[in-house]
Design a protein around this ligand. Structure first.
Ligand code: IMP
Ligand code: MG
Length: 181
């Protein structure tokens, strides 16, 4: 285990099993349709890569990047698009793939932008959900795991751009970001 990680929440094996279940649900729900998966960078890149390889309905992928955190552990509520989609999404069935839903600021803002472009439908898929921290209500269609209010890293999730490479999801030691243990 990495020295900055206090506790492992989900092992590689647990993540793999849950991602397969989510994909199964998605495949069932989108039978007969074509899907456009939209990965919200950068945190969801590993989840997206694992998920898409289990998707069996016809699908396309695109990427979007937003920033709301800067160097910190609390969302600022100010969301900016730093990289926009490459594809036209009009009339498409979108599945937005996120790493974690926290305050809900990022996703609720993103949804507004995406709906304005007139897709046929939008559903949300997040690997992790921290329901206790919600400020803006967001309806989740697919959620991997619900977690308590702790700052987690690994499997794509970062603190100050580090730890994305850890194959598991773990709680970051609060001392790393100047909090109390
Ligand atoms: P929200 O706008 O507060 O819902 O924050 C969503 C974004 O904040 C996620 O896509 C993550 O990039 C980031 N985030 C929220 N909680 C965590 C965490 O515990 N670890 C790492 N990133 C997080
Ligand atoms: Mg992030």
């Amino acid at each position: 285990m990495h020295k900055d990680v206090q506790e492992i929440l989900f092992t590689e094996e647990q993540l793999k099993a849950r991602v397969a279940q989510l994909a199964e649900q998605i495949n069932r729900d989108y039978e007969g349709k074509e899907l456009m998966l939209i990965s919200v960078l950068r945190g969801s890149f590993i989840f997206m890569a694992d998920l898409v390889r289990q998707i069996t309905v016809p699908c396309k992928v695109d990427f979007m990047a937003v920033s709301s955190y800067g160097k910190g552990t609390v969302s600022s509520g100010q969301v900016q698009i730093t990289k926009d989609l490459s594809e036209d999404i009009t009339g498409q069935h979108l599945l937005v793939v996120e790493d974690i839903l926290d305050s809900g600021n990022t996703l609720s803002y993103l949804l507004e932008i995406l709906w304005a472009r007139r897709p046929a439908s939008i559903r949300l898929c997040t690997l992790l959900d921290k329901p206790e921290r919600r400020v803006k209500p967001v309806k989740l269609d697919y959620a991997g795991f619900s977690i308590p209010d702790a700052f987690v890293v690994g499997y794509g999730l970062d603190y100050d751009e580090h730890y994305r490479n850890l194959p598991y999801i773990g709680v970051l030691r609060p001392s790393v970001y100047g909090g109390e243990e």
